[in-house]
Design a protein around this ligand. Structure first.
Ligand code: KIV
Length: 261
């Protein structure tokens, strides 16, 4: 079967037809090629790369230049999946103009197809409008916002009080109204994610938000068993860390014992 590149109308259609959307993160060419080959609908160059590929404790130190560098490598490995890239901390929170300049660099220099911003503050809503008006698709992100981890007091589930749930629902509706093509729902109760998914015409993509979203996303290092710390809602589908260490050990033994070359 000929595989055509994934488009935004197709993602929207998947929501309407109840067909789950698949999304995973990538930070380099190697993994991007394999995700694309596996038929993943959407590849996200997430700023989680700061933690999984650069060794930072949070996503906060990641710069726009670093995102562009990684997105360029990912782009070279992707031919079919729809490619989205995170705008990193403080590359969009100042003003819609700053968001447009940052998103413009990702589009022009790394050829990504859409950008993601966290939260739904008045600036983020205005930035979403500004980018969409300029022809740049925007993916929203509500619930647990890793770029606000210190303000939130840790990587905790959000929306588990009636007020918290109402605020996240209002944020999701506001981003949809501002023109976002989809919304990530991170670490919120499943019934809240179900309510938001039912209310929105655009797709919701959950991470730690239960089974009722229109799609699911995970950090690829967690899926592969490569992360030192995995969030409780993630699911590992391989244990590549153990296999890699065993391979490196065998190589070292072979070299030391002159079995190789
Ligand atoms: O940075 C990231 O990988 C993300 C996903 C967790 C959605 O934002």
């Amino acid at each position: 079967m000929v595989r055509r590149p994934v488009t935004l109308p197709q993602l929207q259609q998947k929501k309407q037809q109840g067909e789950p959307i698949t999304m995973l993160t990538a930070w380099d060419y190697l993994w991007a090629r394999l995700l694309d080959a596996a038929g993943v609908d959407v590849i996200l160059v997430g700023d989680s790369l700061g933690m999984v590929a650069l060794g930072y404790q949070t996503t906060l130190p990641v710069t726009l230049d670093q995102m562009i560098h990684h997105a360029q490598a990912v782009r070279r490995g992707v031919s079919h999946s729809f490619l989205v890239c995170d705008l990193p901390f403080l590359s969009y929170q100042e003003s819609p103009e700053q968001a447009l300049r940052s998103a413009g660099r990702l589009i022009k220099e790394a050829d990504v197809q859409a950008v993601k911003m966290e939260g739904a503050s008045p600036v983020v809503q205005a930035a979403t409008r500004r980018l969409v008006e300029a022809g740049i698709p925007v993916l929203g992100h509500v619930g647990l916002l890793p770029q606000q981890v210190h303000q939130l007091g840790g990587w905790r589930q959000q929306g588990n009080t009636p007020q918290g749930a109402d605020a996240i629902l209002a944020d999701a509706l506001a981003l949809a109204e501002a023109g976002a093509f989809g919304i990530i729902l991170e670490h919120i109760p499943a019934d809240l994610a179900q309510q938001i998914t039912a209310k929105l015409k655009i797709p919701t993509i959950g991470i730690g938000a239960g089974p009722h979203c229109d799609g699911q996303v995970l950090v690829t290092a967690d899926v592969l068993g490569l992360s030192p710390q995995v969030p409780p809602f993630a699911k590992g589908y391989a244990d590549l860390a153990t296999q890699a260490i065993a391979a490196f050990e065998r190589y070292c033994q072979d070299v030391k014992s002159r079995q190789f070359p």
